[in-house]
Ligand binder design. Structure first.
Ligand code: ZN
Length: 298
């Protein structure tokens, strides 16, 4: 019986010592021993003496010797530990081997502080990137100065939270810094006939698209659309008077996807951007804004 108790104590002293630079904590060991065998509470004094005695002996050994001892005497503990660690690993991502690099992102709108749910998204994105030696990206989605207006203080709060969670990001993008890039892509889209500037009233457009009909703007010449695009940028059009749309299949089963809006006008006088001030009046909508960074030429 005594030797069993001694063995139990030795096991926890070794485990605790290895975890703490070779120096076991008497208190922590007692806690573990009593948790495993609550009966021992009755003879707590003897147990305490034994724990102190064994701690004394074990703490004189080097960590290598302690590890060796644990391996020899308690191999089952190590196997159990390894099993638990394996169970804790993230499940693999499907088709991960089909990609050259795994890139994950956390993309907050800096219009408020993060909440607890964000921590889950951050940790999963970060850990998956690490698991595949990929890249974890922090991307600030701050392209709606009207309804989801960013606030300067939150950019840093968010960075601080990521650091606090120990999730270091490899690349950072602030979407409002990339408007010129969006403009370039938008123009190219029009030039290739993949996008057009629609000036129809919203309701009229919705009616037509619901029955899979093109609006009158859709088939105007590319030149006409480039001209309209300029007018969006230079302030000829006001909010809601024009929107850049991406041409899709007009028979797409989901009407919301048909010729979806990509860029819209937000009056910079009424809604200046916290970082860009009144410099820009055309902003990407979510689907356009969230096209992966790597899809854009830099
Ligand atoms: Zn139209």
């Amino acid at each position: 019986m005594i030797s069993n108790i001694e063995k139990l104590i030795r096991k926890y002293v070794l485990l605790n010592a290895i975890k703490h630079d070779g120096k076991p904590s008497v208190k922590a060991v007692i806690g573990k021993v009593i948790a495993e065998n609550p009966e021992l509470k009755k003879s707590i004094k003897e147990v305490l003496n034994k724990v102190e005695e064994i701690c004394n002996v074990i703490s004189k050994l080097s960590i290598e010797e302690q590890e060796e001892m644990l391996r020899k005497e308690f191999s089952e503990v190590l196997i159990e530990k390894r099993k638990r660690e394996e169970e804790r690993k993230l499940p693999p991502l499907p088709n991960a081997d089909k990609y050259e690099e795994i890139r994950t992102r956390f993309a907050p709108n800096p219009d408020s502080v993060l909440h607890l749910g964000s921590a889950r998204a951050i940790i999963l994105s970060h850990d998956y990137a690490r698991m595949y030696n990929g890249k974890f990206i922090l991307r600030f989605e701050d392209t709606d100065p009207r309804l989801k207006r960013a606030n300067l203080i939150f950019y840093n709060y968010i960075r601080e939270d990521l650091r606090w969670l120990n999730c270091k990001w490899d690349e950072e993008y602030i979407q409002s810094d990339r408007l010129e890039l969006y403009y370039k892509v938008a123009r190219e889209l029009i030039e290739r006939g993949g996008g057009y500037v629609c000036t129809c009233p919203k309701d009229r457009f919705r009616e037509l698209i619901a029955s899979s009909k093109p609006c009158p703007c859709r088939n105007l010449s590319i030149g006409a659309h480039l001209d309209r695009w300029e007018k969006m940028l230079n302030g000829t059009y006001d909010e809601e008077e024009a929107v850049l749309r991406v041409k899709t299949d007009l028979h797409h089963p989901n009407p919301a996807v048909r010729d979806w809006p990509a860029m819209r006008i937000i009056d910079p006088e009424k809604h200046p951007h916290p970082r860009k001030g009144k410099r820009y009046r055309v902003w990407p909508l979510y689907n356009m804004a969230a096209i992966p960074c790597t899809s854009f030429p830099s």
